[in-house]
Design a protein around this ligand. Structure first.
Ligand code: BEZ
Length: 399
């Protein structure tokens, strides 16, 4: 994947002009203008619940900060990106060029995020990615103004691969996922981890996103009789997959594993179909730290439901943006200083403490979890303080 070179001049010009006392942002500040935050998230389609959880988490962080970031109120501009890459360029242009937002928060789908960063790299708009794990965002297309608060697709796939590589009874695995950047990159991570053991991938099964016609592929899994299955699906698609896997009689015969997106946010909806499913993720439901307990209570109080990993990512995006804006007293034009402040912070997150890598991807613990009741319960730490795919890190020229 290639992209236009990052336009450093445009990124810095707001900062330079403000320093020279020439810029409008100073005037806007004096008049108490609001920080303009563009939310480009899915509010329809299979990832709609993920978009809602991210927005909820972000708003909770804002509420806990007294309704202001850096002393300024926030005005939201919302776009439903529908998880549709073909509409992504128009959608992001609306926020950046029509609404002229100070910050973009988006998105969930890797293909949509890849299109977004081509625009935000060029405009220099501060861009926080609260989910999409697409490798190029913090790899070949990394940029000073692009910050990810979630994960890279590779990280969670790698954790599960490594966990299975250590099991002597898992020698051959069938993989199943949607064929787009997230599925492909999680599978790469899985192979990199699983490859450290003696096992092999017996078969790779694929569906186009967001297709949920799983039946023929489940028949192939039954026939292949692997020691385990590794899967990536999320949102409505994940719930359907878990139900179909159980209904096909595979749940108690072939252990199902995956990245934690398979079971996060869907356990109430699938009843018992996900019991025992093992996944890896940078969050779990029973971390049982003071920080997480407080967050879960506050989230449940505000939204009358339990948070999931997407809510945590939205919340952490708010924490990070709040810290960045505090460092510049709410002057959103001082982007270089905002980013410098973000780069220095250790985020005290419900998931555990994490910090940004040189390429602006979270360096974080990856938990091994197992579904029990309606919880993804921690059974161990698959990888401590994991950075990104070495190949992606090498491709990022930041820092
Ligand atoms: C992605 O497209 O990057 C993605 C979507 C949902 C969950 C995890 C990753």
């Amino acid at each position: 994947m290639t992209g236009k070179p990052f336009d450093r001049r445009r990124f810095l010009e707001g900062t330079a002009a403000a320093a020279a006392g020439l810029a409008l942002p100073g005037l806007a500040l004096a008049q108490g203008a609001k920080i303009k935050v563009g939310l480009m998230l899915p509010y329809t389609g299979t990832f709609a619940p993920l978009g809602v959880a991210i927005e909820n988490g972000f708003r909770l962080a804002l509420q806990e900060a007294g309704g202001k970031f850096g002393g300024r109120e926030v005005e939201f501009f919302k776009v439903d990106d529908e998880s549709e890459p073909a509409k992504a360029t128009d959608n992001i242009n609306r926020l950046v060029n029509r609404d002229k937002v100070d910050v973009v928060l988006g998105t969930v789908h890797s293909g949509v995020a890849a299109a977004m960063i081509r625009v935000t790299r060029e405009s220099g708009t501060l861009h926080i990615i609260p989910n999409a794990g697409v490798g190029v965002a913090t790899g070949a297309l990394c940029a000073p103004n692009i910050i990810r608060t979630s994960f890279s697709n590779w990280q969670n796939g790698y954790g599960m691969g490594l966990a299975l590589a250590q099991r002597k009874n898992v020698r051959n695995v069938v993989t199943i996922t949607w064929r787009y950047a997230a599925g492909e990159e999680m599978l790469k991570g899985f192979k990199d981890g699983f490859g450290k053991g003696a096992g092999t991938i017996a078969k790779e099964l694929w569906l186009p996103f967001p297709n949920v016609e799983f039946q023929p592929l489940l028949t192939e899994i039954a026939a292949a009789k692997p020691d385990a299955v590794f899967a990536f699906f999320a949102g409505g698609g994940a719930a359907k997959f878990l139900r179909d896997y159980a209904q096909a009689g595979l749940k108690d015969k072939i252990p199902l594993t995956g990245t934690g997106f398979l079971t996060d946010g869907v356990l109430e909806a699938v009843g018992g179909a996900a019991q025992g499913v093992e996944t890896t993720l940078h969050y779990a439901d029973d971390l049982n730290t003071k920080r997480d307990r407080e967050f879960r209570l506050a989230y449940a109080k505000a939204y009358k439901m339990q948070p999931d990993v997407y809510a945590v990512q939205g919340y952490d995006s708010g924490l990070l943006l709040g810290a960045g804006l505090k460092a510049v007293n709410g002057d959103a034009s001082r982007k270089k200083e905002i980013v410098a402040a973000m780069e220095k912070i250790t985020v005290d997150s419900p998931r555990g403490k994490w910090h940004l890598s040189r390429a602006h991807n979270p360096v974080q613990d990856i938990y091994l979890r197992k579904v029990s009741g309606t919880d993804n319960k921690v059974s161990g730490v698959a990888v401590k303080g994991l950075d990104d795919d070495p190949a992606a890190m090498a491709a990022c020229k930041l820092g």
